[in-house]
Design a protein around this ligand. Structure first.
Ligand code: HEC
Ligand code: HEC
Length: 243
Protein backbone atom coordinates (compact mmCIF):
# COMPACT_ATOMS: atom_id res chain seq x y z
CA UNK A 1 0.00 0.00 0.00
CA UNK A 2 2.55 2.58 1.13
CA UNK A 3 4.97 2.04 -1.78
CA UNK A 4 2.10 2.52 -4.18
CA UNK A 5 1.31 5.96 -2.78
CA UNK A 6 4.97 6.86 -3.04
CA UNK A 7 5.21 5.82 -6.63
CA UNK A 8 2.07 7.82 -7.39
CA UNK A 9 3.57 10.87 -5.70
CA UNK A 10 6.85 10.39 -7.51
CA UNK A 11 5.04 10.17 -10.81
CA UNK A 12 3.08 13.33 -10.05
CA UNK A 13 6.26 15.18 -9.10
CA UNK A 14 7.93 14.08 -12.31
CA UNK A 15 5.05 15.39 -14.39
CA UNK A 16 5.19 18.75 -12.60
CA UNK A 17 8.95 19.03 -13.09
CA UNK A 18 8.53 18.10 -16.73
CA UNK A 19 5.87 20.80 -17.19
CA UNK A 20 8.01 23.49 -15.60
CA UNK A 21 11.03 22.50 -17.65
CA UNK A 22 9.40 22.21 -21.05
CA UNK A 23 6.96 25.08 -20.78
CA UNK A 24 8.09 27.73 -18.33
CA UNK A 25 6.02 30.16 -20.42
CA UNK A 26 2.85 28.70 -18.92
CA UNK A 27 4.19 29.99 -15.66
CA UNK A 28 4.89 33.43 -17.02
CA UNK A 29 1.33 33.92 -18.18
CA UNK A 30 2.28 33.84 -21.83
CA UNK A 31 0.90 31.06 -23.92
CA UNK A 32 2.09 30.18 -27.37
CA UNK A 33 2.58 27.01 -29.33
CA UNK A 34 5.44 24.77 -28.33
CA UNK A 35 6.65 24.79 -31.93
CA UNK A 36 7.23 28.54 -31.88
CA UNK A 37 9.11 28.13 -28.69
CA UNK A 38 11.41 25.35 -29.71
CA UNK A 39 12.12 26.81 -33.16
CA UNK A 40 12.52 30.29 -31.73
CA UNK A 41 14.81 28.93 -29.09
CA UNK A 42 16.95 27.27 -31.72
CA UNK A 43 17.31 30.50 -33.71
CA UNK A 44 18.00 32.39 -30.50
CA UNK A 45 20.68 29.96 -29.36
CA UNK A 46 22.33 30.12 -32.78
CA UNK A 47 22.43 33.89 -33.27
CA UNK A 48 21.46 35.87 -30.20
CA UNK A 49 22.54 34.10 -27.03
CA UNK A 50 26.16 35.27 -27.10
CA UNK A 51 25.03 38.83 -26.46
CA UNK A 52 21.51 38.62 -25.01
CA UNK A 53 22.31 35.69 -22.70
CA UNK A 54 20.63 32.32 -22.07
CA UNK A 55 17.84 33.86 -20.01
CA UNK A 56 17.42 37.03 -22.06
CA UNK A 57 19.00 39.17 -19.35
CA UNK A 58 21.38 40.89 -21.77
CA UNK A 59 24.34 39.24 -20.06
CA UNK A 60 25.77 36.88 -22.70
CA UNK A 61 29.54 36.31 -22.71
CA UNK A 62 30.11 39.06 -25.30
CA UNK A 63 28.17 41.65 -23.33
CA UNK A 64 30.98 42.74 -21.05
CA UNK A 65 32.73 44.33 -24.01
CA UNK A 66 29.67 46.13 -25.34
CA UNK A 67 28.39 49.65 -24.95
CA UNK A 68 25.43 50.12 -25.15
CA UNK A 69 24.70 46.80 -23.46
CA UNK A 70 22.55 44.20 -25.23
CA UNK A 71 18.89 44.66 -24.38
CA UNK A 72 17.64 42.84 -21.28
CA UNK A 73 14.47 41.13 -22.57
CA UNK A 74 13.16 40.28 -19.09
CA UNK A 75 12.60 43.77 -17.71
CA UNK A 76 14.61 46.13 -19.92
CA UNK A 77 13.26 49.16 -21.79
CA UNK A 78 12.67 48.80 -25.49
CA UNK A 79 13.76 51.85 -27.47
CA UNK A 80 12.73 51.40 -31.09
CA UNK A 81 9.13 51.89 -32.23
CA UNK A 82 9.12 52.11 -36.01
CA UNK A 83 5.38 52.39 -36.50
CA UNK A 84 4.59 54.99 -33.86
CA UNK A 85 3.07 52.36 -31.54
CA UNK A 86 2.74 53.25 -27.89
CA UNK A 87 5.68 52.33 -25.58
CA UNK A 88 6.70 50.43 -23.51
CA UNK A 89 6.51 47.42 -25.86
CA UNK A 90 7.00 47.40 -29.64
CA UNK A 91 4.82 45.65 -32.23
CA UNK A 92 6.03 42.50 -33.96
CA UNK A 93 6.48 44.64 -37.09
CA UNK A 94 8.86 46.97 -35.27
CA UNK A 95 10.83 44.02 -33.87
CA UNK A 96 11.10 42.62 -37.39
CA UNK A 97 12.65 45.86 -38.62
CA UNK A 98 15.04 46.05 -35.66
CA UNK A 99 16.24 42.47 -36.08
CA UNK A 100 16.43 42.49 -39.89
CA UNK A 101 18.31 45.78 -40.01
CA UNK A 102 20.25 45.85 -36.77
CA UNK A 103 20.78 48.99 -34.71
CA UNK A 104 23.37 51.42 -36.10
CA UNK A 105 25.58 52.87 -33.39
CA UNK A 106 25.48 49.66 -31.36
CA UNK A 107 26.77 46.14 -31.77
CA UNK A 108 23.28 44.79 -32.55
CA UNK A 109 23.92 43.23 -35.98
CA UNK A 110 21.57 43.07 -38.97
CA UNK A 111 20.12 39.64 -39.77
CA UNK A 112 19.13 39.98 -43.44
CA UNK A 113 19.45 36.26 -44.15
CA UNK A 114 17.30 34.48 -41.58
CA UNK A 115 13.98 33.29 -43.07
CA UNK A 116 10.66 35.03 -42.36
CA UNK A 117 9.61 32.00 -40.32
CA UNK A 118 12.80 32.05 -38.23
CA UNK A 119 12.26 35.76 -37.64
CA UNK A 120 8.68 35.17 -36.50
CA UNK A 121 9.78 32.33 -34.22
CA UNK A 122 12.66 34.20 -32.62
CA UNK A 123 10.38 37.18 -31.96
CA UNK A 124 7.90 34.90 -30.15
CA UNK A 125 10.80 33.55 -28.12
CA UNK A 126 12.21 36.97 -27.26
CA UNK A 127 8.73 38.11 -26.16
CA UNK A 128 8.40 35.05 -23.91
CA UNK A 129 11.26 36.30 -21.72
CA UNK A 130 9.28 39.33 -20.61
CA UNK A 131 8.60 39.34 -16.86
CA UNK A 132 4.85 39.53 -16.31
CA UNK A 133 4.09 38.50 -19.88
CA UNK A 134 3.88 40.53 -23.06
CA UNK A 135 1.17 43.07 -23.71
CA UNK A 136 0.65 44.00 -27.36
CA UNK A 137 1.04 47.77 -27.88
CA UNK A 138 -1.88 49.89 -29.00
CA UNK A 139 -1.61 50.85 -32.66
CA UNK A 140 -1.00 54.53 -33.29
CA UNK A 141 -4.44 55.01 -34.84
CA UNK A 142 -6.58 55.01 -31.72
CA UNK A 143 -10.21 55.17 -32.82
CA UNK A 144 -11.06 56.21 -36.38
CA UNK A 145 -9.18 59.47 -36.39
CA UNK A 146 -5.52 59.19 -37.37
CA UNK A 147 -3.35 61.34 -35.13
CA UNK A 148 -2.20 64.46 -36.99
CA UNK A 149 1.51 65.13 -37.04
CA UNK A 150 2.84 68.55 -36.01
CA UNK A 151 5.51 70.73 -37.58
CA UNK A 152 5.97 73.62 -39.99
CA UNK A 153 9.46 73.56 -41.47
CA UNK A 154 10.73 70.65 -43.52
CA UNK A 155 13.24 69.81 -40.84
CA UNK A 156 10.62 69.77 -38.05
CA UNK A 157 8.35 67.57 -40.12
CA UNK A 158 11.14 65.16 -40.94
CA UNK A 159 11.61 64.59 -37.21
CA UNK A 160 7.96 64.64 -36.05
CA UNK A 161 6.82 62.28 -38.82
CA UNK A 162 9.34 59.68 -37.67
CA UNK A 163 11.32 59.71 -40.95
CA UNK A 164 14.39 59.85 -38.69
CA UNK A 165 13.69 56.35 -37.38
CA UNK A 166 14.26 54.73 -40.75
CA UNK A 167 16.41 57.07 -42.85
CA UNK A 168 19.88 58.46 -42.42
CA UNK A 169 19.67 62.26 -42.80
CA UNK A 170 22.65 64.38 -41.78
CA UNK A 171 20.85 67.77 -41.32
CA UNK A 172 18.92 66.29 -38.35
CA UNK A 173 21.64 63.84 -37.27
CA UNK A 174 19.32 60.91 -38.12
CA UNK A 175 21.02 57.54 -38.46
CA UNK A 176 18.06 55.32 -39.42
CA UNK A 177 19.24 52.35 -41.45
CA UNK A 178 15.98 50.86 -42.75
CA UNK A 179 15.40 52.94 -45.90
CA UNK A 180 17.95 54.64 -48.20
CA UNK A 181 19.93 57.60 -46.88
CA UNK A 182 18.12 60.84 -47.75
CA UNK A 183 21.07 63.16 -47.07
CA UNK A 184 21.44 63.90 -50.81
CA UNK A 185 18.04 62.72 -51.98
CA UNK A 186 17.58 65.93 -54.07
CA UNK A 187 20.36 64.86 -56.40
CA UNK A 188 18.42 61.75 -57.48
CA UNK A 189 14.72 62.58 -57.01
CA UNK A 190 12.60 65.64 -57.92
CA UNK A 191 10.16 67.24 -55.48
CA UNK A 192 7.30 65.46 -57.31
CA UNK A 193 8.97 62.07 -57.01
CA UNK A 194 9.66 62.63 -53.31
CA UNK A 195 6.01 63.70 -52.89
CA UNK A 196 4.94 60.40 -54.43
CA UNK A 197 7.32 58.43 -52.19
CA UNK A 198 5.60 59.94 -49.16
CA UNK A 199 1.93 59.63 -50.15
CA UNK A 200 2.18 56.37 -52.10
CA UNK A 201 5.39 54.62 -50.97
CA UNK A 202 4.71 51.43 -52.91
CA UNK A 203 4.33 53.19 -56.29
CA UNK A 204 8.10 52.98 -56.77
CA UNK A 205 10.30 50.86 -54.53
CA UNK A 206 13.85 52.12 -54.13
CA UNK A 207 16.43 49.46 -54.95
CA UNK A 208 19.22 49.67 -52.44
CA UNK A 209 18.75 49.91 -48.71
CA UNK A 210 21.55 49.75 -46.12
CA UNK A 211 20.85 46.09 -45.28
CA UNK A 212 20.29 44.89 -48.87
CA UNK A 213 17.40 45.12 -51.35
CA UNK A 214 14.71 47.55 -50.11
CA UNK A 215 11.70 45.89 -48.44
CA UNK A 216 8.34 46.98 -49.92
CA UNK A 217 5.46 47.87 -47.59
CA UNK A 218 7.70 48.93 -44.71
CA UNK A 219 7.43 52.69 -45.11
CA UNK A 220 4.15 53.75 -43.43
CA UNK A 221 1.29 53.94 -45.94
CA UNK A 222 -0.84 56.56 -44.19
CA UNK A 223 1.17 59.78 -44.30
CA UNK A 224 -1.47 61.43 -46.51
CA UNK A 225 -3.95 61.00 -43.61
CA UNK A 226 -1.57 62.24 -40.97
CA UNK A 227 0.08 65.20 -42.71
CA UNK A 228 -1.76 68.06 -44.42
CA UNK A 229 -1.16 68.72 -48.15
CA UNK A 230 0.77 71.81 -47.18
CA UNK A 231 3.02 69.84 -44.81
CA UNK A 232 3.71 67.21 -47.47
CA UNK A 233 4.60 69.90 -50.02
CA UNK A 234 6.91 71.64 -47.55
CA UNK A 235 8.65 68.36 -46.74
CA UNK A 236 9.03 67.30 -50.40
CA UNK A 237 10.41 70.70 -51.45
CA UNK A 238 12.82 70.76 -48.52
CA UNK A 239 14.11 67.27 -49.30
CA UNK A 240 14.48 68.05 -53.02
CA UNK A 241 16.87 70.86 -52.01
CA UNK A 242 19.21 68.40 -50.24
CA UNK A 243 21.88 67.76 -52.88
C1 HEC B 1 26.88 41.20 -31.03
C2 HEC B 1 25.85 41.35 -30.03
C3 HEC B 1 24.39 41.11 -30.40
C4 HEC B 1 23.83 40.04 -31.04
C5 HEC B 1 24.53 38.82 -31.62
C6 HEC B 1 22.40 40.28 -31.06
N1 HEC B 1 22.11 41.47 -30.45
FE1 HEC B 1 20.26 42.27 -30.19
N2 HEC B 1 21.09 43.92 -29.30
C7 HEC B 1 22.43 44.09 -29.06
C8 HEC B 1 22.63 45.39 -28.43
C9 HEC B 1 23.96 45.98 -28.00
C10 HEC B 1 21.36 45.98 -28.29
C11 HEC B 1 21.02 47.34 -27.67
C12 HEC B 1 21.17 48.47 -28.67
C13 HEC B 1 20.78 49.82 -28.13
O1 HEC B 1 20.45 49.94 -26.95
O2 HEC B 1 20.80 50.78 -28.93
C14 HEC B 1 20.41 45.01 -28.85
C15 HEC B 1 19.04 45.22 -28.88
C16 HEC B 1 18.12 44.30 -29.33
C17 HEC B 1 16.69 44.47 -29.28
C18 HEC B 1 15.97 45.65 -28.65
C19 HEC B 1 15.35 46.63 -29.62
C20 HEC B 1 14.68 47.78 -28.90
O3 HEC B 1 13.64 48.25 -29.40
O4 HEC B 1 15.16 48.24 -27.87
C21 HEC B 1 16.13 43.33 -29.81
C22 HEC B 1 14.65 43.03 -29.96
C23 HEC B 1 17.22 42.46 -30.20
N3 HEC B 1 18.42 43.08 -29.89
C24 HEC B 1 17.04 41.21 -30.74
C25 HEC B 1 18.09 40.38 -31.12
C26 HEC B 1 17.89 39.09 -31.73
C27 HEC B 1 16.54 38.43 -31.97
C28 HEC B 1 19.13 38.59 -32.00
C29 HEC B 1 19.47 37.28 -32.71
C30 HEC B 1 18.77 36.99 -33.95
C31 HEC B 1 20.10 39.57 -31.53
N4 HEC B 1 19.43 40.63 -31.01
C32 HEC B 1 21.47 39.40 -31.61
C33 HEC B 1 23.44 43.20 -29.36
C34 HEC B 1 23.30 42.01 -30.03
C1 HEC C 1 9.28 52.39 -41.00
C2 HEC C 1 10.39 52.88 -41.80
C3 HEC C 1 10.21 54.14 -42.64
C4 HEC C 1 9.72 55.37 -42.26
C5 HEC C 1 9.15 55.75 -40.90
C6 HEC C 1 9.87 56.24 -43.39
N1 HEC C 1 10.43 55.57 -44.44
FE1 HEC C 1 10.87 56.32 -46.26
N2 HEC C 1 11.44 54.49 -46.88
C7 HEC C 1 11.50 53.35 -46.12
C8 HEC C 1 11.94 52.24 -46.93
C9 HEC C 1 12.14 50.79 -46.46
C10 HEC C 1 12.13 52.73 -48.23
C11 HEC C 1 12.58 51.93 -49.45
C12 HEC C 1 11.41 51.19 -50.06
C13 HEC C 1 10.49 52.11 -50.79
O1 HEC C 1 10.94 52.76 -51.75
O2 HEC C 1 9.32 52.19 -50.38
C14 HEC C 1 11.81 54.16 -48.17
C15 HEC C 1 11.90 55.03 -49.25
C16 HEC C 1 11.77 56.39 -49.18
C17 HEC C 1 12.05 57.32 -50.26
C18 HEC C 1 12.59 56.94 -51.64
C19 HEC C 1 14.10 56.97 -51.54
C20 HEC C 1 14.84 56.67 -52.82
O3 HEC C 1 16.07 56.71 -52.76
O4 HEC C 1 14.18 56.36 -53.83
C21 HEC C 1 11.79 58.58 -49.79
C22 HEC C 1 11.96 59.90 -50.53
C23 HEC C 1 11.35 58.44 -48.42
N3 HEC C 1 11.35 57.10 -48.06
C24 HEC C 1 11.00 59.50 -47.61
C25 HEC C 1 10.49 59.34 -46.33
C26 HEC C 1 9.98 60.43 -45.54
C27 HEC C 1 9.97 61.90 -45.97
C28 HEC C 1 9.53 59.91 -44.36
C29 HEC C 1 8.82 60.61 -43.22
C30 HEC C 1 7.65 61.38 -43.61
C31 HEC C 1 9.79 58.47 -44.41
N4 HEC C 1 10.37 58.17 -45.61
C32 HEC C 1 9.48 57.58 -43.39
C33 HEC C 1 11.22 53.26 -44.78
C34 HEC C 1 10.66 54.28 -44.01
Amino acid sequence: MIPRIFSWLAGFALVMIFLVVISPDLFRGYVFSSDDRSNGQRVYETYCIGCHGPDGLGNGPASEFLNPLPRNFVDGDYKFFHFGEAPPLPSDESLEITIRNGLPGSSMPAFPLITDQELKDVIAYVKSFRAGGWVEPKPIQAGDQPIQLQGETGEELFVSAGCVGCHQFDPTGATGGVGPSLTQVGSRLSADEIHQSIVDPNAVIAEECPAGPCPPGVMPQNYSDRLTDEQINTLSTYLSEQK
